[in-house]
Design a protein around this ligand. Structure first.
Ligand SMILES: NC(=O)c1ccc[n+]([C@@H]2O[C@H](COP(=O)([O-])OP(=O)(O)OC[C@H]3O[C@@H](n4cnc5c(N)ncnc54)[C@H](OP(=O)(O)O)[C@@H]3O)[C@@H](O)[C@H]2O)c1
Length: 349
C-alpha cells in the first residue's frame, strides 16, 4: 500500500473542493455541471432543483449520458451543508435571496447568479425588481467581474455574479473609463441569443416567433441598465449615464454589444488598440482583436472578444461573449478559482 501511495501523482492527494449547485436543472446550471465535470480541483457534491425537475442528471440533460452518474435532488438544507463548501446559486432573482442567508449562516461560500446582490442601492434595486429581503448580506456582497474586482473576490464569502449584458459592456468600456478618456454618456446596443431568458421563456421567445426573427425588447427599461451604471460609476469615479437597448436574435447563445462613446480628445485606431492590448495584457479570458468579433468564435467558451475602433468622431467598441459561460457559469467558476487560489483557468480553458 505504501508503495502505491508513493507512486501516486501529486494531484491524487489534493482535497477536491466540494461544490453544490442550486437550480441545477436550468440553462446556467447545465453549463456549471459541464465545467465542473472537467475541473481538476473541484467536484460536484450536490445538485438540487424543484421536485418536478429532479432525477438522474443524464435524464434531465441527455448530453451528460455516460459522463455524470449523479442525481439532481430536491433541496435538503442539512444535506447541502454537510456535503458542500461552496454553492453556485443558479436561481431566479427574488428566489435567490430566500436561500442565500441560510447558506452563509451555515458557513458556506456562495456565488449567486441572480441580480439580488448586484445592486448596492436598495432603492434602485427595488425600483427595477421587488422589495429586497436580505439587505444585511447585500452590504458584504462582492461584484464578481473577475478582471476588475480580483482583489476583493479573493476574500469574498458572497459573490454577486455579474449579469451577462453588463459583463460584455463593462469589459468593453473599462479601459476607456479607467483612463478617463470618454464623456459621461454612453450608449450600448446589444443582441442576445434566446437562452438569455432561461428555460421558462415568454411567448415571444418560442421557436416560431424567434426563428428568422430579430427584435428589441425592454425598451428604455432593461434591468441591467442600473447595474451597468453602478459599475461604470465605480470604476471611473464619476456618474456615468448608460442608455442600454437589448435585442434578441435567432441563435442559442452569445451576446454582441456595440458601445458608442464620445472621446474627450482626439483618438486614433493605433492608440486605441494599444490602450486595450495593454489593459488586458495579463488577462486569460479577454482577447483584443484587430477586427470585429463574431459570436461563433466565443460560443461555448469563457472568452470575451473585444474590438475598439474610431468611427467618425466617436469610439465604438464591439464586445462578444457567451451569455451562459463568460456571462454566467464560466465567470462563476472563474470567481470560484480566484476565491480558492486555484489557477484562474481551471476547468475553463
Ligand atoms: N440565461 C442566461 O443567459 C443568464 C446569464 C447570466 C445570469 N443569469 C441568471 O442566472 C439565474 C439562472 O438563470 P437560468 O437561465 O439558468 O434560468 P432557468 O433556466 O430558468 O433555471 C432556473 C433554475 O432555478 C430553479 N428554480 C426556479 N424557481 C425556483 C424555486 N422557487 N425554488 C427552487 N428552484 C427554483 C429552476 O427549477 P425548475 O427547473 O424546476 O424550473 C431552474 O433549475 C437567473 O438569476 C438569471 O437571471 C442567466
Amino acid at each position: 500500500m505504501a508503495a502505491i501511495t508513493k507512486t501516486r501523482p501529486f494531484f491524487w492527494r489534493i482535497k477536491m473542493l466540494q461544490v453544490a449547485i442550486i437550480g441545477a436543472s436550468g440553462y446556467t446550471g447545465a453549463e456549471a455541471i459541464e465545467i465542473l465535470l472537467r475541473h481538476p480541483q473541484a467536484k460536484i457534491a450536490y445538485l438540487t432543483a424543484l421536485p418536478e425537475e429532479c432525477g438522474n442528471v443524464a435524464e434531465v440533460f441527455p448530453r451528460f449520458k455516460g459522463r455524470c452518474p449523479l442525481d439532481i435532488e430536491p433541496l435538503q438544507m442539512n444535506k447541502l451543508i454537510d456535503k458542500a463548501k461552496v454553492v453556485l446559486c443558479c436561481l431566479p432573482h427574488k428566489i435567490s435571496m430566500e436561500f442565500v442567508p441560510n447558506l452563509l449562516k451555515a458557513g458556506l461560500k456562495v456565488i449567486d447568479f441572480s441580480a439580488d446582490y448586484r445592486i448596492k442601492d436598495v432603492k434602485v434595486y427595488e425600483k427595477y425588481y421587488q422589495p429586497h429581503s436580505d439587505k444585511e448580506n447585500l452590504k458584504h456582497a462582492v461584484y464578481g467581474l473577475c478582471e476588475l474586482y480580483r482583489d476583493k473576490i479573493k476574500d469574498a464569502k458572497l459573490i454577486a455574479n455579474p449579469g451577462c449584458f453588463p459583463t460584455g459592456f463593462m469589459l468593453g468600456v473599462a479601459p476607456l473609463l479607467k483612463n478617463n478618456l470618454i464623456e459621461k454618456s454612453v450608449i450600448v446596443s446589444a443582441v442576445t441569443g434566446a437562452s438569455g431568458a432561461g428555460k421558462n421563456q415568454s411567448k415571444n421567445f418560442h421557436f416560431p416567433n424567434m426563428n428568422e426573427n430579430f427584435f428589441a425588447y425592454s425598451i428604455g427599461k432593461h434591468r441591467h441598465q442600473p447595474e451597468m451604471e453602478q459599475i461604470a460609476g465605480e470604476i471611473s469615479g464619476k456618474n456615468i449615464e448608460v442608455l442600454f437597448q437589448p435585442h434578441v436574435g435567432p441563435f442559442d447563445v452569445g451576446i454582441m454589444s456595440t458601445i458608442y462613446c464620445q472621446p474627450k480628445e482626439n483618438m486614433t485606431n493605433e492608440k486605441l488598440a494599444q490602450l486595450y492590448k495593454d489593459f488586458y495584457k495579463n488577462e486569460n479570458f479577454v482577447q483584443v482583436l484587430n477586427t470585429a468579433p463574431m459570436l461563433k468564435d466565443i460560443a461555448g467558451t469563457n472568452y470575451c472578444h473585444i474590438y475598439p475602433a474610431v468611427c467618425k468622431d466617436k469610439i465604438v467598441v464591439f464586445s462578444a461573449l457567451d451569455n451562459l459561460i463568460k456571462g454566467a457559469s464560466g465567470q462563476a467558476i472563474q470567481n470560484m478559482n480566484i476565491m480558492y487560489g486555484f489557477d484562474e483557468t481551471s476547468g475553463l480553458s
